[in-house]
Design a protein around this ligand. Structure first.
Ligand code: GCU
Length: 341
C-alpha cells in the first residue's frame, strides 16, 4: 500500500507541475502551434507544412512556435480532426472525404467524376465563391478550413487481378476512405467497400483482408502499397482534395497583423504543395514501375463513369444546399473539358 501512496503522490506532483508549466506557457512563454498530418516527411504535404513552420517562426517567432507532426503521430485523420475541434491541437490536414461526416457540404468534392479535368479541379478549388460555403460550414463544430492541397486523382490498385473494367471489381474487397459517398460509389461500381483509416491499409493488403484499394500514385511508393499491389488502373474516379483545417477559437484570437501573416502562410502551403505534387507524382510513377514492378493500366474510363454518375443526382437530391456549387463547377468543366486540349 505504501508504495502506491508514494506513486500517487509523485503523480500528483507531476500533474500539478505540468499544469503550472502549461499555465506559464500561455502567460509568458510562446504559444506552441501544433499541426498534425498522416503523410511521411518526404511527402509534398510535409514539405509545404515545413515551409509554413519556417514562415510563421520567422515572422512571429517571438509569440509562436510551430511544430509539425507527420506520420499519424497524433492519431488517424479522424482523431486529428477531433483534436483540432477541441483545440487540443491547432491545425491538421484532413482528406475532404472524411470531412463529409462533419458537414454535408463537403460531399460535393467526394463525388466521382465531378471534375472534367485537373485544370477544372484546380480552378474550382481556387474559386472562393465555390469553396467559402464549404470551408466555413464546420464553424459551429469548432473548426474551419483555411486552404486546400492537391491529392491528385484516385485510381484502383489491386494485389492479384488487374482492373480493366467495373466488372473486374465484382467480389473484390476494396478499401475506401470512411465516407458514405465513397461507400455508395463502390456499391455502384460493383466492388465490396471496406472503409478503414489510411494507416491500416498496408497491413490489410499484406494479410489479404482486402484485395485492393484506391488512391493516388504516392500511396504505392510513399506508403509501400506498391510492394504488395502490382496493378494500378487509371480509371480516374475521383479528385479529392486534402484540406488544412484550424481550430476556430485559435484563429479568431489572432490579432489583425498575425492573421495577415497566418493567411500568407496558408497561401504558401497551397503554392508549395502544388509545385511539389507535380514532381512527386512523376517520381512515384517511375519508382513504382521500375523498382516495385507495378503495372500501370489505362482502361476505358466510360464504363466506370456511367456506373458512378447516378450518385451525382442522388446526392444533389438529398442535399440541395450544394446545387449552386455543383452548377459553378460545371462552368469550369465547360471551360476545361480535358487536360489535353
Ligand atoms: C491520400 C490523401 C490523404 C488520405 C489518404 C487516404 O493520401 O492525401 O489525406 O488520408 O489518401 O486514402 O486515406
Amino acid at each position: 500500500m505504501k508504495i502506491w501512496k508514494k506513486v500517487g503522490l509523485l503523480l500528483c506532483v507531476v500533474i500539478i507541475g505540468l499544469l503550472v508549466l502549461t499555465g506559464c506557457q500561455s502567460k509568458e512563454q510562446k504559444k506552441i502551434v501544433r499541426i498534425g498530418h498522416n503523410q511521411s516527411v518526404n511527402h509534398p504535404t510535409h514539405i509545404a507544412l515545413a515551409a509554413f513552420q519556417d514562415y510563421i517562426n520567422d515572422h512571429l517567432g517571438d509569440k509562436y512556435v510551430v511544430e509539425v507532426y507527420p506520420n499519424e503521430l497524433l492519431g488517424s485523420q479522424t482523431d486529428m480532426v477531433q483534436l483540432t475541434q477541441t483545440g487540443a491541437i491547432d491545425f491538421c490536414i484532413a482528406s475532404n472525404a472524411i470531412l463529409e461526416t462533419f458537414s454535408k457540404n463537403y460531399e460535393i468534392f467526394n463525388l466521382p467524376y465531378l471534375f472534367a479535368s485537373t485544370k477544372s479541379y484546380h480552378n474550382a478549388m481556387d474559386d472562393r465563391e465555390i469553396t467559402d460555403k464549404i470551408f466555413t460550414a464546420t464553424e459551429k463544430a469548432g473548426f474551419l478550413a483555411v486552404t486546400w492541397l492537391d491529392a491528385g486523382t484516385r485510381n484502383f490498385y489491386t494485389v492479384k487481378k488487374p482492373i480493366e473494367s467495373p466488372k473486374d471489381l465484382k467480389g473484390l474487397k476494396i478499401r475506401v476512405q470512411q465516407s458514405p459517398t465513397n461507400i455508395e460509389m463502390m456499391k455502384l461500381l460493383g466492388g465490396s467497400a471496406t472503409p478503414m483509416g489510411f494507416g491500416e491499409v498496408y497491413t490489410a493488403l499484406q494479410s489479404n483482408i482486402i484485395d485492393g484499394a484506391e488512391n493516388n500514385e504516392l500511396a504505392l511508393t510513399d506508403n509501400g502499397h506498391g510492394d504488395v499491389c502490382k496493378y494500378y488502373s487509371y480509371d480516374m474516379h475521383q479528385m479529392v482534395p486534402d484540406i488544412l483545417i484550424g481550430n476556430l477559437a485559435f484563429i479568431e484570437e489572432l490579432s489583425d497583423e498575425e492573421m495577415v501573416i497566418f493567411e500568407e502562410g496558408y497561401e504558401l502551403v497551397n503554392e508549395i504543395q502544388r509545385e511539389e505534387w507535380i514532381k512527386a507524382v512523376e517520381a512515384a510513377k517511375q519508382k513504382a514501375e521500375n523498382e516495385q514492378n507495378v503495372r500501370f493500366i489505362y482502361p476505358d474510363q466510360e464504363p466506370f463513369k456511367e456506373a458512378c454518375l447516378p450518385l451525382h443526382q442522388s446526392v444533389l437530391e438529398r442535399n440541395t444546399e450544394i446545387q449552386d456549387i455543383y452548377d459553378k463547377i460545371q462552368k469550369y468543366n465547360e471551360l476545361y473539358p480535358s487536360d489535353t486540349e
